[in-house]
Design a protein around this ligand. Structure first.
Ligand SMILES: NC(=O)c1ccc[n+]([C@@H]2O[C@H](COP(=O)([O-])OP(=O)(O)OC[C@H]3O[C@@H](n4cnc5c(N)ncnc54)[C@H](O)[C@@H]3O)[C@@H](O)[C@H]2O)c1
Length: 331
């Protein structure tokens, strides 16, 4: 059976399913003929947006549920073949202002979801959306999975706990789980009204609205980016390939860019706009990770995953999406 065929008729649960990446998984699952249930709390500060499932609303079941609600999650997990576990508090900055909420969602709720699986559905296959943030400031580049773990913010610590609960339940209880450490992911549907999810979101909104893009620092910081379709491919492969079980994988890109070059590219693709280099706000500088890009050799060799969408193409597609649909995302 191919990766795609595995999902035809399968019962799939996506937590964070109205969010950016979760809704792209939902779209793919609907196309592949899965019975999809999306769980999302729609907390306004997070990335959930009902417009993200425009066009597939009648093909998915939506449950407005908080993953911290253990009883509801127990009910929802029963009978599912796959769980794409993406619900999360994503803002590094907010995790410093409200560390307990970050702990409850990114660690506590993950543990209770896994407990629900242990007690009611040990056959489910899980993919957890982890993050490169848990490496902290790189000691060497590119960062591979053996790099020391040194989170620089509360979010990185809680995501690490969430990730390791998944690995533990895989190793101890045989609940098939894997984790992907995502790097900057972008594309249609990402949160653009502020920088809570990614700075790229607010850059795109500012450009389209004619305000200057602000690049913090000196603009030389290096980053790698994945277009969301590539991330969805990786998640589907991790869900179905037995070689993924109990493993963590970095995602990444062969294209590494400085933030200044990224801003220049965006302005050019947009055909208008400006950017300015501004000093790092102090409270953001202390949790900045400096240069980062991933070594993704492991997922390439074990699962055969490679990013396919060039940065330039992904940015063009994202800009045109927000030029057309921005009104659903601006406020
Ligand atoms: N986008 C990236 O660049 C990136 C990078 C690294 C890791 N990740 C991880 O990928 C996952 C998805 O990220 P995203 O970019 O799609 O962000 P997102 O904010 O768009 O999606 C997360 C979704 O989870 C929902 N959610 C949050 N708390 C919830 C709760 N308590 N109960 C139910 N739903 C809740 C939100 O409403 C949102 O729709 C997150 O776990 C994030 O940590 C994303």
């Amino acid at each position: 059976m191919t990766t795609q065929e595995s999902f035809s008729g399968a019962n799939v649960l996506v937590t964070g399913g109205l969010g950016f990446i979760g809704s792209h998984i939902a779209r793919r699952m609907a196309r592949l003929g899965a019975n999809v249930t999306l769980v999302d709390s729609l907390i306004p500060e997070y990335g959930g947006n009902t417009f993200n499932i425009e066009g597939i609303r009648d093909k998915v079941t939506v449950s407005i549920t908080d993953v911290r609600d253990q009883h509801a999650m127990t009910y929802l997990i029963k009978g599912k073949d796959y769980l794409f576990n993406l619900a999360g508090q994503t803002s590094h900055f907010d995790s410093m202002l409200d560390p307990k909420t970050d702990l409850d969602i990114n660690a506590g709720a993950q543990l209770s979801i896994l407990e629900a699986c242990r007690q009611h559905n040990r056959n489910v296959r899980i993919v957890f959306a982890s993050t490169r943030q848990l490496y902290g400031r790189p000691q060497y580049l590119p960062v591979d999975e053996k790099h020391p773990i040194q989170p620089v913010d509360v979010n990185g610590i809680n995501k690490l706990a969430g990730e390791w609960y998944h690995l533990l339940y895989n190793n101890v209880y045989g609940i098939r789980a894997s984790a992907l450490r995502l790097t900057n992911t972008f594309g249609p549907g990402m949160r653009v009204k502020d920088a809570r999810q990614t700075f790229l979101g607010i850059w795109i909104k500012n450009l389209i609205e004619g305000s200057p893009v602000q690049v913090f620092g000196d603009g030389s910081q290096l980053r790698d980016f994945n277009f969301v379709d590539d991330v969805v491919d990786a998640m589907l492969e991790a869900a179905t390939n037995p070689a993924a079980q109990g493993e963590v994988f970095n995602l990444g890109s062969t294209e590494v860019v400085s933030l200044k070059d990224l801003a220049e590219t965006l302005v050019r693709l947009n055909g208008a706009g400006t950017f300015e280099i501004v000093p790092f706000p102090k409270e953001r500088k202390v949790i900045d990770i400096g240069d980062y890009y991933s070594d993704f050799t492991k997922i390439k060799s074990k699962l055969g995953w490679l990013p396919k969408i060039a940065l330039h193409d992904g940015l063009s597609r994202t800009l045109s999406f927000y030029k057309q649909h921005g009104e659903h995302y601006w406020t």
